[in-house]
Structure formats: structure tokens, C-alpha cells
Design a binder for this molecule. Sequence first.
Ligand SMILES: *[C@@H]1O[C@H](CO)[C@@H](O)[C@H](O)[C@H]1NC(C)=O
Ligand SMILES: *[C@@H]1O[C@H](CO)[C@@H](O)[C@H](O)[C@H]1NC(C)=O
Length: 206
Amino acid sequence: MMGLVHVILAVLSLLTVGQSAPVTSCESLTKQVEIIGRNQLLGKWMYIGESTTIAGFKLLTKALVETSWARISAADESDAINVFQSQKMLGRCFTATTKMTLGNNTLSMVHPMHVSEVLLSTGCPDCLVLQTNFTFGGSTYKGLQFMRFCPDESNLQETETTDLTTDISSMNAEDVKLFDRFLSSSDGIQLLIKIITTGLTGLKEN
Ligand SMILES: *[C@@H]1O[C@H](CO)[C@@H](O)[C@H](O)[C@H]1NC(C)=O
Ligand SMILES: *[C@@H]1O[C@H](CO)[C@@H](O)[C@H](O)[C@H]1NC(C)=O
């Protein structure tokens, strides 16, 4: 049971789940901009809005996610970044660190799922807007993440935290396929919410 819960949480964290707040002035968010080196991406970012083509995703994030932020730092390789993500779900923090490669104005990741992201123009100097394609389990989904620079330190220390990085690195194609099957129906989404809610309640009681 915990294995399944961890797989689900790990995939959720890869989908960079934020609160599904409505993004205003979408008209200006349609133009791709060049990523001039990785420096413009570095820093700490709050996910403040997200929209995806995954049916039921809004329901999923509304039921589970309180806050979500990422700290992007330079990786050892000159063309890569480390993305440390923290999501507060049902009163608990889940973190994960993944690496993305920058090339051809695109950020990409291949394991455990194919992710590619481009930067869109925004009128806000402290914001990042990313358009993302996720491919896993035979499906391709699109997402739009709206992030804003956040100078405050997080309250990560005060909250019980589970790191999912090893769950992500040991995840296989079957695991992500399973997650994709859940996403394919509203019953699946409801079941997903139930599994996570029950799983996390179990964690608290231990
Ligand atoms: C960038 O694009 C070129 C030409 O399409 C391709 O050969 C190269 O592999 C790409 N680089 C990356 C990092 O995707
Ligand atoms: C996502 O896929 C579409 C084709 O479906 C493509 O036009 C777009 O450039 C891709 N975006 C990224 C960020 O890879």
C-alpha cells in the first residue's frame, strides 16, 4: 500500500502540482521566449497557478495540495539544473529532487517520464511561466505552470517531511502507466484521492 502511495505521490510531484488558481491575462502567455542560460531560472519559486489537459486534475489538486514550491539550482553539468520541489499535501510535506537538462530553449527530463518545458513571456519580472509536455503511459499531457519568486524561507522544518527522490529514481514504466490509468477516468481520480488520503492517514497513525 505504501509503495503505491509513494508512486502516486512521486508522479504527482513530477507533474509539479500547484494550486489550480486561475491564471489571469492568459493572452500574454502565448509567446515562447528564449531561455538565455540557466541563470534566469535559478531561485525559489512558488507555484501559484496551473492548468493542465489532464481531466480531473483540478479536482485532484484541490483535494490534496495546499502549497507547492520549487528551488532551482545549478547542477554540476553546465547545461543542467537541479529542481528541488516541496509540496504540502494533507498537512505533510513531500519533497523530491530531479535534474533537468537545458538545450534548444527547452528544459527536459527523460526518467521516469518524458517532460519538456519551454518558457513563455510574461509581463511580470519576478514570474516564470512554463509550458510543459508530459509523456507517460502512452499519453501526452500539456500543462501551464505559473510561478512567482518567493523570498520567504519555507516552514519545511516545522512540518513532517517525506523525500520522494529515491521513489522517483526507482520508478519504472509500469508505475507511470498505472498512474496514467488512474487519470483516464473520473472514478480513477476519485480512487487516487482515496488511496492517498487513506495512505497518509495511515502514516500519521504510525
Ligand atoms: C537541439 O536541436 C538540434 C537540431 O534539431 C539537435 O540535433 C540537438 O540534439 C538538440 N539538442 C538538445 C539538447 O535537445
Ligand atoms: C508540446 O507538444 C506540442 C505538440 O503537441 C509542440 O508543438 C510543443 O512545442 C511542445 N512543447 C514543449 C514544451 O515541448
